[in-house]
Write a new protein. Sequence first.
Length: 295
Amino acid sequence: MSTTTISPATSQHASRKKVTTLTFRQKKERGEPITMLTAYDYPTAMAMDKAGIDSILVGDSLGMVVLGYDNTLPVTMEDMLHHARAVSRGAKSALLVGDMPFMSYQVSIEEAVRNAGRFLQQAGMDAVKLEGGRERADAVRAIVGAGIPVMGHLGLTPQSVHQLGGFRAQGKTATAAKRLLEDAHILEDAGVFSLVLEAVPARLAETISKQISIPTIGIGAGAGCDGQVLVTHDLLGLFERFTPKFVKQYANFHAEMNRAFTEYLDDVETKRFPAVEHTVEMSDEEWDEFQKEIK
């Protein structure tokens, strides 16, 4: 008789149903917060899926936190597909969203649909995300019309960093707030299933969340959104260049990595590592035979 025990978390994960765009809408209707995080690799995606995160965004933020660029603009479709494939191998229950990189949907509607399709066809994503409001409505309609779920993104849109004058909060004036609200309605009408609101005033985000029927996912937009998303490298303290004001850091992995690397360096230099328990050996009989062979 087996004595193996299954923890409640493991059991819950094993019986967890696939999260879909319908799940998002149902959670909004029930007033249940939606959880979302970014991931760019297999082990991180697997850990998130096991924890029960609703959705994983393979964000173009990988350009900064993984590839070391100053912003997200240099990220390519091939970069995104490469990391999306890794995430899709690690997560089976979460709703997987691929972030469409700069210039993958702005040139033409046909190219936008083609690139969106690649995320589903070649990388195992369930949906795509793209930035922008009314100027992206036609592209959204075409992608949704091709049967591909689209998540919108308003407020601080990192791919427009130069146009915005840096990574700055948006919607802080009455005129800008009104335009953001209008864009939210336009994207809803165009068919997005959900909408990310980044770095906008909390009262504005809450108003938008109440006025549209689709779920809103906030990042630096207050608690009035229907869900929350963070860049995982910020949450874990892995990205040291800067930490946005809206981030809650749940760990300091960068400091822990530095400690581990320093300890390893010291162990190797003082020959404490590898120790006997880390070493492969052969039997005395085989060693004696080997010695005879080389004499």
